[in-house]
Design a binder for this molecule. Structure first.
Ligand SMILES: CC(C)(COP(=O)(O)OP(=O)(O)OC[C@H]1O[C@@H](n2cnc3c(N)ncnc32)[C@H](O)[C@@H]1OP(=O)(O)O)[C@@H](O)C(=O)NCCC(=O)NCCS
Length: 193
């Protein structure tokens, strides 16, 4: 999906995606077909199945289709506050700046709100409400404490600035010094703390 969605000089390699998933798995979120399709369509299809083995197989296939991945958002943590080539290719578990590297949707599922919904969920995941923070401060079990993300950053092209503003709440900071592919990139930032 990454290769099909980005120009060759921008797409992350399989190795880099694997690193992001392995080392920063909690920041790798996938969107499944079932999240993006109208659930009544799925229910209607299930209901119209006759009973019997063939129907069961069809239902299983339908469910498998519904579980298939149609998009993803991934990022890694950085401790510095500037996105550059090194923050894009590493994960610093002690960092509090979340750098989003990919927001990607299978082209067959585009323009249906998948990315908008995925981005909103992704960002909301890292907003720690004051009451949660207090509860966690009193909690000895550190495994329940969510990772603290103070700020979310990303680079995007000009056409997607309104998308990140509207669905992620990001603010435009300006043109980035990063050279990655042929076009100009823009720094977008979202403060959570
Ligand atoms: C960009 C991308 C993630 C959008 O996914 P999507 O699921 O089609 O987006 P949505 O349907 O949720 O659209 C949300 C909004 O963004 C707008 N939008 C979607 N794709 C756009 C594009 N290529 N250029 C400008 N605006 C776009 C939509 O019009 C919609 O705006 P609206 O609500 O005001 O009508 C998808 O086209 C993709 O994977 N592209 C290739 C990878 C890429 O470039 N990712 C961004 C990296 S910075």
């Amino acid at each position: 999906m990454e290769r099909a969605s980005y120009p060759a000089d921008e797409a992350a390699s399989a190795m880099r995606l694997e690193m992001r998933q392995r080392e920063a798995g909690e920041f790798f979120m996938v969107a499944r077909a079932v999240d993006s399709m109208d659930s009544s369509v799925l229910e209607d299809a299930r209901a119209s199945d006759a009973s019997g083995t063939a129907a069961a197989a069809e239902r299983a296939a339908l469910d498998a289709d519904a579980r298939s991945i149609v998009g993803y958002v991934c990022g890694t943590l950085a401790s510095g506050d500037v996105l550059d080539e090194s923050t894009m290719s590493s994960h610093d578990p002690s960092g509090d700046v979340l750098a989003i590297h990919s927001v990607c949707v299978d082209e067959r599922f585009r323009r249906r709100g998948v990315a908008a919904s995925a981005l909103a969920h992704y960002v909301a995941r890292w907003i720690v409400h004051d009451d949660t923070r207090r509860e966690n401060d009193d909690d000895d079990d550190t495994t329940t404490t969510p990772t603290k993300v103070r700020r979310v950053r990303l680079l995007c092209k000009e056409n997607l600035i309104p998308f990140y503003e509207r669905y992620g709440g990001f603010a435009l900071e300006g043109a980035s010094a990063v050279e990655h592919g042929a076009e100009t990139w823009f720094d977008m930032v979202l403060d959570l703390a």
